[in-house]
Write a protein that binds this ligand. Structure first.
Ligand SMILES: [Zn+2]
Length: 163
């Protein structure tokens, strides 16, 4: 997933330190969303007006302030740490943040980036759907994970999962 790749510095030839500086240039072209700023990972995912509006929408859906003020991927991925909510809720917020990043990226690739209001409503809907699905998967996975021993997982992979 893009967000993980971004944070772990696995975007080919790019590193985490570059991401933190907020200056990865995907290409030398201008952002397809606003046509004004340089097309960087940070700009597309967080800073572009359309993305900012979407983060604001997601923030008000979650009932949290300042989600739209995060200026780096690392920042927004650790946003839940700043909230005074239960562990479970933090996991849900993380899931929603991931889903939002993922869906912005998808929409950018689908080139619907330009249709501002229309696509933001659709992206939010996709985030809603995505998170329902992911949370479901996470809950089931956590149930399986409860009985896993780390060393066995590393050596034997899925073979250690009980039938
Ligand atoms: Zn832009």
């Amino acid at each position: 997933m893009l967000a993980w790749k971004g944070v772990e510095g696995r975007i080919p030839t790019k590193t985490l330190s570059e991401l933190e500086k907020g200056g990865i240039h995907i290409s030398n072209t201008l952002c397809p969303g606003c046509g004004y700023e340089q097309e960087t990972v940070e700009h597309i995912l967080l800073m572009c007006l359309m993305s900012k509006t979407l983060w604001w929408m997601v923030g008000s859906w979650l009932g949290v302030k300042d989600l739209h003020s995060c200026s780096s991927v690392a920042d927004i991925l650790s946003f839940s740490l700043k909230l005074y909510i239960s562990k479970k809720k933090k996991k849900a917020v993380n899931c929603i943040v991931m889903a939002t990043l993922w869906n912005i990226w998808l929409s950018k690739n689908e080139k619907v980036f330009k249709v501002v209001q229309f696509s933001n409503a659709i992206i939010l809907e996709q985030v809603n759907e995505c998170t329902m699905l992911w949370m479901n998967v996470i809950a089931k996975m956590e149930y399986i994970m409860e009985n896993l021993v780390t060393e066995e997982w590393y050596t034997s992979g899925v073979n250690v999962i009980e039938n």
